[in-house]
Ligand binder design. Structure first.
Ligand SMILES: *Cc1c(COP(=O)(O)O)cnc(C)c1O
Length: 364
């Protein structure tokens, strides 16, 4: 099979230019006679890779100087526990918005370490809309407010008007951006801490990124494991132990690719166009539908159902044959899901729409 368009939710497709460069450099990086994978993480060559990767990330996200950037193992999920451990004492109250499965998981883990106040209840396992702002109840005692900015399974994304209410509370805002980091420009200074697993919009699995304001460091609970203490990472250039060196390198290539395209502002224009045309096609069709409230539809994960669900298997078989992979929705939500992260070219979305249209006419 030749190279396809892969709509997987994560691990997800990476930019073809990045994959080609990595392949080209695989056996012999920069005339060093070794692969990046084989280098000591403390060698000057590798430190050069690591420093450039961080500098490029800081540049493309415009991360202010009073923020540390930390690279960790354990995915976004390890941060579900690290967040309360670094920011709250046992018995402290913390605020969480509940907008879907990833919010539930963060809440479940935080409950081990703190008293969780659920600000906004999604009302079901897979909410399709953000609860009305008038129902949100923040706790005056909360040490921080946690949000999952993009619920990957349903494709439900918090927008500026939702986030503005959170920022207005004047508390440290902690944001899971695993599936929408760098999809558009954001003002990092509004957040206390941002985190993301790499395998959706950044690079290969095995790496998570934490962007944390410096004044939040140094307050971890006494019993916090060393490798969950953000302070330890910040003081050791994220090399207290051996980092995921090859994943860092590949993430670095992705950041260079974003810069070459013109930065996150340019990527955002492409993302908006991709999402807009896919939703517009679905809305105009009687054959497909999307159940997420229009205002909060995700740019990154577009879910849809076939009016006749008996055709789902045929849809998946035929789309795969057409070189459009991994369109099956998450089992918790059903239906289809097209994850169209930064690395998905607009041609991929055009090809998907064209396929959907041919399929609809064939089976209508
Ligand atoms: C995928 C995902 C996670 C979990 O990431 P891991 O790296 O597998 O731990 C957490 N939050 C969101 C929003 C996700 O999409």
């Amino acid at each position: 099979m030749s190279r396809t368009f892969n709509f997987s939710a994560g691990p997800a497709m990476l930019p073809e230019d990045v994959m080609r460069q990595a392949a080209h450099e695989f056996l012999n990086w920069n005339n060093s006679g070794m692969s990046v994978m084989e280098m000591s993480h403390r060698s000057p060559e590798y430190m050069g890779v690591a420093h450039k990767m961080e500098a490029d990330l800081r540049e493309i996200m415009a991360i202010p100087d009073n923020y540390k950037v930390i690279f960790t193992h354990g995915g976004a999920s390890l941060q579900f526990a690290a967040i309360p451990m670094n920011l709250a004492e046992q018995g402290d109250t913390v605020d969480y918005l509940d907008t879907g499965v990833w919010s539930h998981k963060a809440i479940k883990e935080a409950l081990r370490y703190a008293n969780v106040n659920v600000v906004a209840e999604g009302g079901s396992d897979n909410p399709t809309e953000i609860p009305n702002h008038s129902t949100w109840t923040f706790s005056p005692e909360a040490k921080y407010i946690h949000v999952c900015v993009n619920e990957t399974i349903t494709g439900l994304e918090l927008k500026d008007d939702d986030l503005d209410i959170v920022f207005a509370q004047g508390k440290p805002v902690i944001a899971d951006m695993s599936s929408n980091i760098m999809c558009r420009e954001i003002d990092v200074s509004k957040y206390a801490m941002i985190y993301a697993g790499a395998q959706k919009n950044i690079g290969p699995a095995g790496l998570a990124i934490v962007i944390v304001r410096e004044d939040l460091l140094g307050h971890a609970r006494q019993d916090t494991p060393t490798l969950m203490n953000w302070d330890v990472y910040a003081n050791n250039e994220s090399m207290f132990n051996t980092p995921a060196t090859y994943a860092w390198y590949l993430a670095g290539l992705v950041f260079q690719w974003i810069k070459k395209i013109g930065g996150v502002a340019e990527i955002a224009k492409i993302n908006e166009s991709k999402a807009h045309k896919l939703y517009a096609y679905i809305d105009a069709s009687d054959f497909y539908s999307n159940s997420i409230s229009e205002h909060n539809r995700s740019w990154m994960n577009v879910t849809f159902n076939l009016a006749n669900s008996a055709l789902e298997k045929t849809f998946l078989d035929e789309s795969k044959s057409a070189g459009l992979l991994s369109l099956k929705g998450h089992k918790a939500f059903g239906g289809m899901r097209a994850s169209i992260y930064n690395a998905m070219p607009e041609d991929g979305v055009d090809a998907l729409i064209q396929f959907m249209d041919v399929f609809a006419k064939k089976y209508a």
